[in-house]
Design a protein around this ligand. Structure first.
Ligand code: ADP
Length: 397
């Protein structure tokens, strides 16, 4: 039974809406004045009790059709825990006015249903029911309160839909990334295996191609890993495993790996000594690697990358500087937004705009800050901090 009219019962002002809408519905059903008054009073009495006990009631008016015998039904539902409503004075009074009153117990909600059999003079048939439904779909707000209520309802519905779609998207991202990762791991493993074969089985030419396969699968693997990270972040599933690291050793280890891979860009470091941090080692390594790889990607080969780290009594500050294309002010503001790429960048540089978003979320999770200083054509400096109080907090633990 699809409701013709629905009114959420939140406060006393809803009683006015009941009077007006139930009044109009009675008119459209050609009810006599006394039937109209009786039904409105009974519905209002029960609704008042529901509003007094809980502000989460719902009133639905519907037209029941059993073998072409129509009835006007008002269903007032409320959360199940408010059992006392059934025995309130208002409900008792409604029972005296309307003979057909039923209590319905659902899993999470209970409902009081008031039914009024409609006489033939109501002239109801399917066309008339359709007309009445349409009347309430197109009805103007009854008063200013009704207008605000409708807007809120619409916003809530949109928000619900948005949340639903967002959950589905995250779910899709997770499943798709996992499905892509498995065959990719196999491709990479076979390429690596073939590279270990001797010259008679794997000649120079084939070796060159296999290295390309390996390099491209690595790139794809990183992208998939980023997609998985985004779905983790959005699903609130990114957990950190803090451990104690010595700053200089930690950063120099990361840089030495990059020096082997990034032969195009010299990396110079200046790292403060005797500084211990409690961080998720792999996640912070991911942040540093991402910024270093960007520094190389967005600058000419042979230009240098500088990595500095210093600390005071509160925090460690890590700076990564490049001599590359630089960023506009707009790009500096938006670079940490998901999927953001500066205008014109996509034509010359590959990427999806996920790395810095993930990096900023990792730094946020560590209670740090991340920002950029840059000028177009004059290189960029990426800064991020990690608070030292994490250290004391974890040392006590
Ligand atoms: P991607 O590099 O895949 O696009 P990121 O999230 O790492 O994604 O970066 C977002 C955007 O910020 C880039 O598209 C680019 O416009 C800009 N950017 C990032 N790092 C640099 C840099 N070192 N120099 C210039 N622009 C950069």
């Amino acid at each position: 039974m699809k409701p013709v009219v629905t009114i959420t019962l939140e406060n006393e002002m809803d009683l006015v809406l009941i009077q007006k809408r139930c009044g109009k519905l009675s008119e459209l059903l050609y009810l006599t004045l006394s039937s109209k008054a009786t039904f409105i009073t009974a519905v209002s009495e029960v609704s008042r009790e529901v509003i007094e006990e809980t502000n989460r009631g719902i009133l639905e008016f519907s037209l029941e059709n059993i073998n072409n015998k129509y009835a006007l039904v008002a269903t007032i539902s409320y959360p199940k825990e408010f059992t006392s409503i059934n025995s309130q004075e208002g409900v008792k009074y409604a029972r005296k006015l309307i003979t057909q009153v039923e209590i319905i117990q659902g899993e999470t909600h209970s409902a009081i249903q008031l039914k009024l059999s409609l006489p033939r003079s109501s002239k109801l048939d399917e066309d008339r029911v359709r007309f009445i439904n349409l009347y309430f779909v197109n009805e103007d707000p009854v008063n200013a309160y009704d207008e605000v209520k409708r807007k809120n309802y619409l916003q809530e519905e949109q928000l619900k839909e948005w949340r639903f779609l967002n959950e589905k998207k995250t779910e899709f991202l997770t499943i798709a990334s996992h499905e892509l990762k498995t065959p990719l791991t196999t491709i990479k493993a076979y390429a690596q295996l073939a590279l270990t074969l001797d010259e008679s089985k794997c000649g120079e030419e084939v070796r060159k191609y296999l290295k390309k396969v390996e390099m491209q699968t690595n790139k794809l693997y990183n992208l998939i890993q980023q997609l998985l990270d985004i779905s983790k972040i959005e699903g609130g599933r990114m957990t950190l495993k803090h451990e104690k690291v010595e700053l200089k050793e930690f950063i120099e280890d990361i840089v030495s790996v990059h020096r082997q891979v990034l032969t195009t860009h010299p990396i110079e470091t200046k790292i403060a000594e005797h500084c211990y941090l409690y961080i998720d080692r792999l996640r912070i390594e991911q942040v540093i690697s991402n910024i270093i790889m960007n520094a190389a990607k967005y600058s000419d080969s042979k230009s240098s990358i500088f990595l500095r780290a210093h600390f005071d009594e509160k925090e460690v500050c890590i700076e990564i500087q490049d001599e590359g294309i630089g960023m506009s002010e707009l790009a500096q503001k938006n670079a940490f937004t998901k999927f953001y790429r500066e205008d014109g960048v996509s034509e010359h540089y590959a990427g999806l705009g996920m790395g810095l978003y993930i990096a900023s979320r990792i730094i946020e999770e560590h209670n740090g800050r991340i920002w950029i200083k840059s000028e177009q054509g004059r290189g960029s400096i990426f800064y991020f901090t990690l608070p030292l109080e994490l250290q004391t907090k974890h040392e006590v633990v």
